[in-house]
Design a binder for this molecule. Structure first.
Ligand code: SF4
Ligand code: SF4
Length: 137
């Protein structure tokens, strides 16, 4: 049976390669201390390192991007607050989601969500243009 989504590591693409190289460079500042993980609600629910912010960083670093892991993030920013290296983790995770959408390998739930957001008025203070450019929640 075909997997529901591909992993980004299965997609060969220059734009993607450049983005991952850029993110890898930023993540050189990550000391792997794990402070971000302690506060992450997703990690504290799933208790799986891969789903923690530190785990996501390690996956970016090794260019192993699984869509379901990168959508398992509330983008709450709690990890950034604690990070001693001041890494902008939500910006990094959003960039990954954006590329997943551009490559057409995001989760089907996200695809439906974005289509609905574009079709209907959204309950946020955004312009029509911003609404058209949604890639993820
Ligand atoms: S808190 Fe910052 S430096 Fe520490 S593991 Fe998390 S992202 Fe890396
Ligand atoms: S932004 Fe995502 S990774 Fe960071 S603490 Fe919130 S849920 Fe966890």
């Amino acid at each position: 049976m075909e997997p529901e989504t591909k992993s980004l590591s299965e997609v060969e693409d220059e734009e993607l390669e450049n983005l991952l190289n850029e993110l890898q460079e930023k993540l050189q500042l990550c000391s792997r201390c794990g402070l971000c993980k302690e506060i992450c609600p997703v990690f504290n629910t799933l208790l799986n390192e891969a789903y923690s912010p530190r785990g996501k960083n390690i996956l970016v670093d090794s260019k192993k991007i699984e869509p379901k892991i990168f959508y398992a993030c509330a983008l709450c920013g709690a990890c950034e607050e604690l990070c001693p290296s001041k890494l902008e983790l939500t910006t990094i995770f959003r960039a990954i989601r954006t590329i997943l959408v551009k490559k057409g390998i995001e989760l089907k739930e996200n695809k439906e969500f974005i289509e609905n957001m574009k079709k209907h008025d959204v309950p946020f203070d955004v312009t029509k243009k911003e609404q058209e450019e949604f890639y993820c929640c």
